[in-house]
Design a protein around this ligand. Structure first.
Ligand SMILES: [Fe+2]
Length: 125
């Protein structure tokens, strides 16, 4: 069942979409149903993906993850998103950048923090 905030990927062309409003239908791309990306919350193996939240004097900094994630052409964090009751904030990243972003929200406002790795998918803390 489609729900607001879910992220779907087309495994044919690579399109990725987030649901802003759930109308109830099925999301289809390139002639087949899009895949719901599960939000992973437990790091496994050598790399770290779970977002780490640090409070700052104004707002927060989110780092991916407890050990900085690679930011190479073939493997990098594409975006970091902070979800609050009032709305969501997203910062897009490119290879070569540091896998972190600052947001103008207080820690108490946060409902969830998510990030997307182009190889290992969607992660949440
Ligand atoms: Fe990764």
């Amino acid at each position: 069942m489609i729900q607001k905030g879910q992220v779907y990927k087309c495994n044919v062309c690579g399109n990725i979409v987030e649901v802003l409003y759930a109308g109830g239908g099925q999301l289809v791309c390139c002639g087949q149903p899009m895949q719901l990306l599960e939000e992973k919350t437990q790091d496994e193996g050598k790399e770290r993906h779970v977002p780490v939240i640090e409070e700052q004097s104004q707002g927060i900094k989110v780092k991916v993850g407890s050990i900085p994630h690679p930011m190479e052409e073939a493997h990098y964090i594409q975006w970091i998103e902070v979800i609050t009751q009032a709305g969501s904030f997203r910062k897009y990243l490119n290879p070569g950048q540091t896998p972190e972003a600052e947001f103008p929200v207080s820690k108490g406002e946060i409902l969830a923090v998510r990030e997307y790795c182009n190889i290992h998918g969607l992660w949440r803390s």
